[in-house]
Design a protein around this ligand. Structure first.
Ligand SMILES: *Cc1c(COP(=O)(O)O)cnc(C)c1O
Length: 435
């Protein structure tokens, strides 16, 4: 371990100076809040380059990356196939605002991957996908209320930025300034994974719920897997009350299996939201469902939704190249074979050093929680020691391992990670636990 740089070394002076300057020009110095390291303190390295499983900052420091741009980069940074698809598309011009062949090709790939998606609409972010899915669900059902789960994140849609209430379903209060109480009032919230609470809220309110939206494996309170049978219960309750079930697979789509969580759990959503991997690292979202539901979207139907850059040729090229690479047999087994021993190694290292740690993992997504209690929902995630996570995060960063800068996030293993990357990461984690 003699080659590992000491704690406190990163980031270097150029990153610090650039970030200081950025703070005067952009709120918090960033364009998306969690990048500013508010949850862990310190200064984010300003990144300059990525290749495979690694990124480099402007001071030349190298990191093994588990951020994967928050999920999209399942093939790693600057994947050659994606790069050449982009170059080839770029040569022909990068936007027309008119139909292209690439959109049809992507629609074919997505509908083939998800049996529940007969038709799809591409947008430019996950937020747009969930926002549009809610509008569509409300139009299809003629109902207004929606149900979400505490700790699930669905982008920064007004109606979905609602904090968890306590106990059984509570009518939401906005979790941010700028959301009118009237908007939040139509959002009900229940604890994730609580079968009794779910049954009760559907019994009381099912008939007026347009949709239930869920991350079928939660990844925005850290990784939390639903209890056995929970998603089937949810599917049955939604069917019984005529409520549309929206699976937000922005993270899990093409991540936990090619066909997402729906493939893993054998459940069909009414509307599926995609993002992140489906764009191969370019700004893409998508929502889709049965022909009957999707025919309601304009111009076929009466639900307006549009986008100047939707289905953008570069984004479609990056997405299609990524999906083609993921369609190769054995890809997800390979990710599993890389990540399972990684998670086991973290647990083992924690045990050796007497650290109270829970590692939640699903496929190639994992979160290290500093707690000795199981993390099953948002409340238990919030009880974990986030200060201990912050120290862990910085111990890793200083030693060249870039984990997500908040405990309520997911570390992603990509197809570019090699066994020796994992081995080196485990050595660094061992050192972090020893300190
Ligand atoms: C990231 C994310 C979103 C939002 O996607 P953006 O592209 O950031 O707007 C929505 N839902 C889930 C589950 C996400 O992880």
């Amino acid at each position: 371990m003699a080659d590992l740089p000491g704690a406190g070394a990163r980031p270097g002076p150029r990153s610090r100076a650039l970030f200081e300057a950025a703070k005067a020009l952009m709120p918090g110095g960033v364009n998306s809040p969690v990048r500013a390291f508010g949850a862990v303190g310190g200064t984010p390295p300003i990144l300059a380059r990525g290749a495979g499983a690694r990124v480099w900052d402007v001071d030349g420091a190298e990191y093994i990356d588990y951020l994967a741009s928050w999920g999209p980069l399942i093939l790693g940074h600057a994947d050659p196939d994606v790069k050449w698809a982009l170059v080839e598309a770029l040569e022909r011009g990068w936007t027309y605002g008119a139909p292209t062949e690439a959109e049809g090709e992507m629609a074919r790939l997505v509908t083939a991957a998800f049996p529940s998606i007969e038709m799809v609409r591409f947008v430019s972010s996950g937020t747009e996908a969930t926002m549009s899915a809610l509008r569509l669900a409300r139009a299809c059902t003629g109902r207004t209320a929606i149900l979400k789960f505490a700790g699930c994140y669905h982008g920064h849609v007004d109606a979905l930025l609602v904090q968890a209430g306590s106990g059984l379903a509570t009518f939401g209060l906005p979790g941010t300034a700028g959301v009118p109480a009237a908007v939040a009032a139509d959002t009900l919230v229940v604890p994730y994974g609580d079968a009794a609470a779910l049954a009760e809220v559907l019994r009381l309110h099912g008939e007026r719920l347009a949709a239930v939206i869920i991350e079928p494996v939660a990844a925005n309170m850290g990784v939390v897997t639903p209890p056995e049978g929970y998603l089937q219960q949810l599917r049955d309750l939604c069917t019984a009350s005529g409520t549309l079930l929206i699976f937000d697979e922005v993270i899990t789509g093409f991540r936990v299996a090619y066909g997402g969580a729906q493939e893993r759990f054998g459940i069909r959503a009414d509307i599926t939201c995609l993002g992140k991997i489906v764009g191969g690292g370019l700004p893409v979202g998508a929502y889709g469902g049965s022909r009957a539901i999707m025919e309601r979207v304009a111009p076929s139907g009466d639900v307006y939704q549009a986008g100047t850059l939707s289905g953008n040729p570069l984004a479609m090229a990056a997405g299609a190249a990524t999906l083609r690479a993921l369609a190769v047999p054995g890809v997800y087994d390979g990710l599993e074979a890389m990540t399972a021993p990684f998670a086991a190694g973290v647990v083992e290292a924690a045990r050796r050093h007497g650290r109270s740690v829970r590692v939640n993992r699903f496929g190639s997504m994992l979160t290290v929680f500093f707690t000795d209690a199981d993390v099953r929902d948002y409340a238990s995630a919030q009880r974990a020691d986030t200060a201990a996570y912050a120290r862990f995060f910085h111990a890793l960063l200083d030693r060249g391992v870039y984990f997500p800068p908040a405990q309520f996030e997911t570390a992603f293993v990509s197809l570019a990670h090699r066994p020796d990357d994992i081995e080196r990461t485990l050595a660094v984690i061992e050192e972090a636990f020893a300190n």
